[in-house]
Design a protein around this ligand. Sequence first.
Ligand code: NAD
Length: 497
Amino acid sequence: MKKISHFIDGKIYSDDKSRLGPIFNPAIGEEIAKVELASKTTVEMAIENSAKAFQKWSKTTPINRARILAKFKDLLIKNMDDLAVMVSEQHGKTIPDAKGSIQRGIEVVEYATGITDSLKGDHSANVGTNVDSHTLRQPLGVCAGITPFNFPAMVPMWMFPVAIACGNTFVLKPSEKDPSCPMKLAELAIQAGLPPGVLNCVNGDKEAVDTLLESKTVQAISFVGSTPIAEYVYHTGTKNNKRVQALGGAKNHMIIMPDADIDKTTDALIGSAFGSAGERCMAISVAVCVGKKTNEKIKTKLLKEASKLNVGPYTDEKSDFGPLNNQAHFKKVLGYIDTGEKEGAKLLADGRKFKKQGYENGYFVGPTIFNDVKPDMKIYKEEIFGPVLSMMTTETYEDALKLVNDHELGNGAAVFTKSGNIAKHFTENAKIGMIGVNVPIPVPVAYHSFGGWKRSLFGDHSMHGPEGVRFYTKLKTATVTWVEDNAGPEFTIPVLS
Ligand code: NAD
């Protein structure tokens, strides 16, 4: 059986004694490969190797770092088909969806090729007589990234292109569920001319993560995954004096106002609730209809459209979405549907019954829709991360906004309306990191930054864009004079004027 190891110092590194984890093809529910789960020793070796590479890489000029990233971008485009198959085979999403996610990663690489501009400091002439001041943004050292199973290409590329463009070196610890694509990314970066050790990739589980969190060499940790692990990573990393950005789970609401276009809104809802089997941190999982009539209209259209969806393997071009990623998660999502029924939510469409002929062991769940969901229900409070949509109704926009703001998660939220006033009010008053106005999945482009609020992000910086550059650099301010006259020692705090 195929075995996936690690990528350290510009080459594959294997540890024969290491523990192994299974990799499944979720469409058939069968193990297709094994992945090495790195020991503390292997991770420490990768960190030391990256620390060594930092000495030279941090002194490489930004323009030369950018040139390598430009070549990396070309290689990503050239290898798009292979990368997409790796993502789809191990994650389960369709090929067009996998390609879309790789493209969003490529856009971050493109952003990082403009690093010379992002690293420009501020300069103030004559802050005092014959005294100037300027700022520098300098790299931190070895940074690490820990990523989830749902975007094995895009999420690693939210992190390492910006980190290395800023002059850091990087140890990536991707999800152990679908590691082939991240390993290929590291290989392609070296092919593009990145010196060995600037980007290392170690596969593993908690042991690998804890080694990164406790290392004295690692300066910063970028994490994306579930909220409990994000919180753990944040607290453990900061306790070990690291800079940490830890992005967690989501429960994204779409508020549907009575004036919203029903056809457009339903299409947006279908794509954002069920695309990628709901395994997106920006999936809409709650539709809040303002007014009973709005609920009635959306419900009727939604049920009609949802019944037309094709659920199937990535190898079938007609599939709109694929299986859930793994058996444990599949069982968890089925469990949430059972819970919703027991809690008294009205099950309008039941994905538990879905079976794909020829793929009976695959982790497929059909589109599932609950109506009359209440705020105290578990299916409302917790992230399900599957093709399960909860519908709710409020009498007013204010009640709908209150739901959004009272929820403990605050990644994304959307409002569908024709009213500029409502759109402006929602944008300004929703306690949410990423807002969509008539846009269901408001993922910021690479030159803006991605991140939620509340328990969807622990730390102060979002990912990529200007916030990414701030996260991966330290600010230094220099005050400079070249006047040769010696005015003698000064014992009061100097006032420059
Ligand atoms: P996860 O939290 O289980 O795993 C994420 C990473 O943490 C993996 O690399 C995993 O190996 C590691 N990990 C798991 N358990 C650990 C432990 N006990 N100690 C240390 N490390 C551990 O998340 P997942 O199931 O891979 O991904 C799905 C989750 O990611 C969802 O909650 C989703 O909302 C979230 N997500 C969030 C965003 C965002 O931008 N906010 C983006 C994508 C996914």
